[in-house]
Design a protein around this ligand. Structure first.
Ligand code: DGY
Length: 331
């Protein structure tokens, strides 16, 4: 047995994964500050390690990868990996691990919760109590909308989108329509979901929930032109990545009543400024990117991120790989 392999751990992740790595004999350097490392700190520290355990706030850019091309594996604590230049890592033959599915339930719960909270103006009404404005019962005031029988449009019917669709179908008998590049036969069979083109998704959804990845195609996709094609009673939900919507255009669409409301767990930028107009709108509910924030999900993510590193050193494979092609042996 040679020197123990050194792993840089970029944040304080749940103990479960850290313990697994320690028990497997890895030597860990854990960044103990509350803030993420800057790019230069990340590069400097990574230089002295063979593996990196990181998350979405770590910018694994081309520059980082060029300087740290010695890394044997990058294991991401998240299902999304838009912070990583995967093409460059793949070119350098660095395998990237991620943590799919274990947080789907938790994230779908947040999408579902935001949908109800927005439909009933919950965050806004809570703020009125804090301001001492809970007056008399208002027979015509504070009215929200009901969700029973409405149409849910899912943009990206994958792991999380499926769970959100199931919750909405079971709770409110919502009709499910979706737009994906590839049809989802399981969703069509189990949830009676129908594939529609993007224009139809916009025109027909009472609630439009975004569950796609952030990519060149989806960056800024939900802009003024798109909001204009949605129903005036529509609720826009985004629990995926803030950069998929254009926030200025969203504010405009809500202020001009082009759409009815928005529930966001992700914003652009993050953190959102405390004076952002969205925070004082009656039909908007914003959360600080907590989709995967349950003990179960975060423990699962920590375990999977650790397993990716352990398995890689043991067997040369990653159980949860973003770019599995780099592990294939050339014949
Ligand atoms: C992810 O996993 O990509 C979430 O955004 C954070 O848990």
């Amino acid at each position: 047995m040679g020197e123990p392999k050194k792993v840089l751990v970029s944040r304080q992740f749940p103990d479960i994964g850290i313990k697994l790595l320690e028990q497997a004999g890895f030597k860990l350097t854990i960044w103990s500050k509350d803030r993420p490392m800057s790019l230069s700190e990340l590069i400097d520290f990574s230089m002295k390690h063979q593996a990196l355990l990181c998350t979405l706030s770590d910018m694994i850019t081309k520059e980082f990868l060029e300087k740290c091309s010695h890394l044997k594996i990058i294991s991401q604590f998240a299902v999304g990996y838009d912070n990583i230049n995967v093409a460059e890592a793949t070119r350098l033959k660095i395998p990237i691990g991620f943590t799919p599915d274990v947080m789907s339930e938790a994230t779908a719960d947040i999408a579902f919760g935001l949908m109800i909270a927005t439909a009933r103006k919950m965050f806004f009404l809570h703020k009125t109590i804090l301001k001492g404005e809970w007056g008399y019962f208002k027979p015509r005031g504070n009215l929200g909308m009901e969700l029973r029988g409405k149409t849910l449009g899912i943009f990206g019917l994958g792991r999380i989108g499926m769970k959100m669709a199931k919750l909405c179908k079971n709770a409110y008998g919502m009709e499910i329509i979706y737009h994906n590049r590839q049809p989802n036969p399981v969703g069509e069979k189990d949830l009676n979901a129908s594939w529609v083109d993007f224009e139809d998704l916009l025109a027909r959804s009472d609630v439009l929930s975004v569950h796609s990845v952030l990519s060149r195609e989806t960056q800024g996709l939900f802009n003024w032109e798109i909001f204009k094609q949605m129903k005036p009673n529509a609720i826009f939900i985004n629990t995926a990545r803030g950069a998929i919507h254009n926030e200025t255009d969203l504010i405009e669409a809500l202020s001009s009543k082009q759409i009815w409301g928005a529930g966001l767990d992700v914003t652009d930028p993050e953190p959102m400024a405390k004076n952002n107009p969205l925070l004082s709108m009656e039909t908007v509910c914003v959360l600080p990117h907590v989709g995967s924030g349950t003990m179960e999900a975060r423990n699962g993510m920590s375990r999977m991120a650790a397993e990716n590193i352990i398995e890689f050193y043991k067997t040369g494979t990653l159980p949860y790989a973003v770019n599995p092609g780099v592990l294939e042996k050339e014949l």
